[in-house]
Design a protein around this ligand. Structure first.
Ligand SMILES: [Zn+2]
Length: 455
């Protein structure tokens, strides 16, 4: 986030920019009305000009770091964010030149979401369409001549090309100067209900950035619109789909700031620019304050397009110490965080913050002092949670949790399939026998207590 600096350039007022763009095709007068859940295209949120805090990301400013985004499943199934690049036939194809840049921005967008979740002790990543190496794919689409003059014709062209899936939020880098950014057009249409049935949990939606605004921050901004930020009624919402907490990536003076305050307010002055939901009270919090607006309305942190936990299923849980890296470290960091400690970034790097959080965790759980994750720590971490009685033919997430804990405790692979079958029962009996518990093959209070104590 630190590579962003404020520009001295100030965008003209929204109205002026729209006019300068030749009356952007889907301007308010010409726009179709919001059509609700059954409609094809609802009015997207329109960002007519570069926001001052969006420093340009040109190829010259590309970061060298490899894109590191979260792996999830096969990379294509389920609800995902998919990155596209579109040009018209007469335009040069710049996908080859920009692919790595788009992937880098995808990583930065993901990082901003991860940091936004971490602020409230949670874990969220973007579930991208990705390849076998977990790198987001970028697919080129050639749309009909003239299509990129307008949001609706662009979206229609994409849909005609097959990018019409209800389980996709599309991020489109468009070879156009017809807009800075636009986000929406899908079934969400302002739905502020808090539950899983919220229409922002469906697509297709389109978050598109025009060439004049290509960069990670505008991408994040438009993507957040498609995920349901910022809705009317949020404490710091403007009347045009944004907010007035200055440092927030969704907040800028869009002409709709209520009075008071009448202007942007520096609500999070020590936080980085372009953060996700300054103070976590308008659209994104993994732990909204009880009684707050966000606790009873749509919260982007609950979006089904986000990953809520790293991979936890392994065939073995290796001992970890400072310097270790990889998916098992990320799992340990996540579990330590869920246990109320602060391991720093859940990023798969066992650094000083991770070690310090593990030390605190051991102390809190009455485990032997130390800063490593060993068999006992793994067992306690993996077993943490509710303690329902589990036995033959039990199924579900609690069985998976049991199977992970047994894998760590016994030091042998117990298949993590959520089904309490003969192998799981054998493992339970072996565990009970080796720990001096009653050997009945049933996981009740005492067996859970032993696992959660890291025995
Ligand atoms: Zn916007």
């Amino acid at each position: 986030m630190g590579r962003h600096r404020k520009l001295a350039v100030v965008a003209a007022s929204v109205a002026t920019v729209v006019a300068a763009l030749g009356g952007a095709p889907a301007g308010h007068a010409a726009a179709p009305p919001a059509t609700g859940p059954a409609g094809d295209v609802t009015e997207p949120v329109r960002d007519p000009g570069p926001v001052t805090k969006w420093a340009p990301d040109t190829p010259a400013s590309r970061a060298a770091a490899a894109a590191a985004t979260a792996c999830d499943g096969d990379g294509t199934s389920g609800k995902r964010v998919q990155i596209l690049y579109a040009r018209e036939p007469q335009q040069a194809d710049r996908l080859g030149e920009y692919r790595a840049t788009f992937q880098q921005w995808a990583s930065q967008v993901d990082e901003a979401i991860r940091l936004g979740a971490e602020d409230t002790g949670g874990y969220r990543r973007i579930r991208y369409v990705h390849d076998a190496s977990c790198v987001p794919t970028v697919t080129g689409v050639v749309v009909p001549t003239g299509a990129l003059a307008d949001f609706n014709t662009t979206f229609t062209a994409l849909k005609n090309a097959g990018y019409n899936r209800t389980d996709r939020k599309y991020v489109l880098y468009a070879e156009t100067t017809a807009w800075c950014g636009l986000g929406g057009g899908g079934p969400g249409a302002g739905d502020d209900r808090p539950g899983a049935e919220n229409r922002y949990n469906s697509g297709p939606d389109l978050a598109t950035v025009g060439t004049g605004c290509w960069g990670w921050a505008p991408t994040l901004h438009e993507l957040l619109h498609t995920l349901g930020a910022v809705l009317r009624g949020a404490p710091h919402a403007t009347s045009n789909g944004h907010c007035w907490d200055d440092e927030d990536v969704m907040c800028y003076d869009d002409g709709g700031i209520p009075n008071p305050p009448g202007d942007l307010v520096k609500s999070c002055p020590t936080a980085p620019e372009n953060q996700v939901d300054c103070n976590h009270d308008d659209y994104f919090s993994t732990r909204p304050t009880a009684g707050s607006w966000l606790a009873s309305h749509w919260n982007v942190a609950n979006s089904q397009f986000l990953i809520t936990a790293p991979r936890l299923d392994f065939t073995a849980y290796p001992a970890l110490a400072t310097g270790a890296t990889g998916p098992a470290v990320e799992a340990a960091e996540y579990l330590v965080q869920q246990a109320g400690q602060r391991p720093g970034p859940v990023d798969g790097v066992y650094d000083a913050a991770t070690a310090s959080a593990v030390t605190a965790y051991r102390q809190a759980r009455g485990l032997p002092a130390g800063d490593t994750v060993d068999r006992r720590v793994w067992t306690a971490l993996l077993a943490a949670g509710s303690t329902p009685t589990l036995q033959r033919n039990s199924t579900g997430t609690n069985v998976r949790r049991l199977q992970r804990a047994l894998t760590a405790a016994l030091g042998r692979t117990v298949a993590i399939d959520g089904i309490f079958g003969p192998d799981t029962e054998r493992a339970v009996r072996d565990y009970q026998s080796s720990r001096g518990l009653d050997v009945d093959g049933i996981v009740g209070r005492n067996t859970w207590a032993a696992l959660q104590a890291g025995r």
